[in-house]
Design a protein around this ligand. Sequence first.
Ligand code: ZN
Length: 300
Amino acid sequence: MTSLRSLSLSSSLDFPNNSAIFGSTLKLGENELTILRLSTNSSKINPVLRLKASRISLELTKEAGNIKENMSEDTLNGRDPFCTMKQRFLTFKKEKYLGNIEHYQNLAETQSPKFTVIACADSRVCPSNILGFQPGEAFTVRNVANLVPPFETGPSETKAALEFSVNALEVENILVVGHSRCGGIRALMSMEDVEEEDSRSFIKSWVIFGKNARVSTKSVASNLHLDQQCRHCEKESINHSLMNLLTYPWIKERVAKGTLSLHGGYYNFVDGTFEKWTLDYNHNVEDGHTCSVKSREFWS
Ligand SMILES: [Zn+2]
């Protein structure tokens, strides 16, 4: 096994006043890793920090070389996924973290993302990867089938993420991202009867939150093959999730005031396209509100 040499930042860097680095060492099996935390009360980055950061960058390059030398047979044969992960992290630290140290130090103090993103847990649809969100840009929650439950139902991690990002972070946009060949939507469309479904399945009891999308899909596409019904429901469920967002009083209030916008997105990984649209909310004193779609774009 590889022993990763600890990087002793505190002994080699000059930091601004009122700043300190704290390190703690964790031992995981035979691997040793030093966890570093930089605490600073100053938003100004000492120029010395930049210089020393570049030195650390060189150290990391040497580190990557040492890792390769110490690779086990399994690692060299590509059977150790954590070796790849480790190298990716060190590359990220060298090229992005240390290359933008001031930005990352500011992010360590606070975050002010413009977006809340709700995407599917599917491994193929990582929003940071396909839409290029960088650290600090999108407060993200991922669940099976990218569903937003109505406000009235019980607590969920999606609701907690919405409450925090909307009320505390005051994001300006919520983007619900659906995708092609969604297993969660297929589970929803494959149910015999959503009203009498066995609730012992966590998947089924979760995707039932999309039952209105299933009903509207069945009403217009029941004669089509299940695959085509699923394609239709994948987009339909996004719109139902957008409407469900409006059942949260603090979301509806912000949308009505124009400080929060709701968007849908559909990533088709079969043909590599992305469709984006925005909910057009029209408040009407007599009739409540109406919604339509605006700013629809197709990226290909
Ligand atoms: Zn999915």
